[in-house]
Ligand binder design. Sequence first.
Ligand code: AMP
Length: 496
Amino acid sequence: MTTEQSATFADLGLSDELLESVLEAGYEHPTPIQEKSIPHVLMGRDVLGGAQTGTGKTASYALPMIDILASGSSKARMPRALVLAPTRELAQQIAGNFTTYSKRHSITHAVLIGGESMGDQERALEASPDVLIATPGRLLDMFGRGRVIMSGVKTLVIDEADRMLDMGFIPDVEKIVGLLPRIRQTLFFSATLGPEIRSLADRFLINPKEVKVSPSATVALTVAHTMISVTQRDKPRLLRDLIKQKNVQTAIIFCNRKRDVATLSEALQRFGLNAGGLHGDMAQYKRSEMLESFKSGKVTLLVSSDVAGRGLDIENVSHVFNFDVPMHAEDYVHRVGRTGRAGRTGTAITLVTKDDARYVDSIRRLTGQPLPVEPPEAVTKPAPALKKMAPEAATEPEVPTEATKVAPAVEDKPAAEPQRDAAPDTSEKRERKPRSRPRRAEKPPAEKPAQRTEGNKDDRQRAAKSRSEPKRDGVVGMGEHMPDFMRDPGGSSGDR
Ligand code: AMP
């Protein structure tokens, strides 16, 4: 966490009670985004914030909001502040921050997210929460049922607006904004501030103060980055060797596709490794359970889709592995931001195939880091560890099987959609619109793409294009390329 050593929280105009809560939370100095935004929020101005999770942005709006809300009270079902978040995990985390920061205040909050009991949430609304933290779909459902009244909302926060855009939630957000009083304070945060995001901000904000911290500054300096070249086929074996040889204690392993999450975590378990999977098709209670197991150390290797890439604040993650190079450079920043938190050191290791060249280039441009791709020998010892592996490992084929020889086109959905579980309520359906990931090119481009000049414009254009294009083959995840030695001999390898 980068903090400006010269500034103090007391300089920012927060109340004494909040200063005590902040101190108790262990924060010594405000982060740059906090220093830049808190005074403006306290003055009642709209804020356009360019910052992502990991920069301390939640406190940059939550702290001043608590002071603003302190002078007043809410009525049943009529919150005075609304925070919109794209994912349930982020919503829950924001709620946790409000709990921490409002210890010395009587400010209450309720969380409305899909996949959890409507009844409980309805009761929470009856208890007159001051702050409502919600994903858009569930909030609209509650509104449709007459369970929540929006006319009392004086402060609106739209968090991770770029993620909302990617996930197709903007129409819902627009509906919600249309239900709020016109005279209100709006705080709008996005990791990137490209043209699409700015035009959204123009619609929602009035004369905002723009504050931002640059994305490259948000890749923690305490994280060591390594990129290793590998073939698609060799990825699982290399990962296993790395986990063994690097003495990995706690790691998040990111896959681009949901079905690879299940397959890989099962394969790691068969090697005797303590792995579990997390992806957006799991029921919410299973996701929460898995996260808890990981946080408590019951599971030490969390194989995940990008659902865990943002918004999650888990202490002591020593390693992040990108089993697949993310197709969006910002996702790289989010993923590696799961390690090296709060000044600790961390290691990010990315497995790179020859088809990933352009994605690696755009990660280099975004992070401003050279990120050389090294051969596996440079980072691993030869693998005598095989003998120590579970019995299946010994059956590793000498030659590729039919399944591993070629990289057949694989039809699958992208993994990045965080909200696709089978909860019965209708808000789930609304929250199901997937982010259309661009399909990976068959071959790396002959030339480097033009230098980007503005945020993630290239990625956004690709995403927009892919939304309008029919699905093409060519995304190569692990799927059918799983070497036999990684498969369950009994054929029960899960939801592939
Ligand atoms: P966020 O970007 O809001 O998700 O915050 C990321 C992490 O930084 C959370 O664990 C916060 O508790 C922590 N944090 C926020 N502000 C500070 C601060 N000023 N000093 C130290 N840690 C902070």
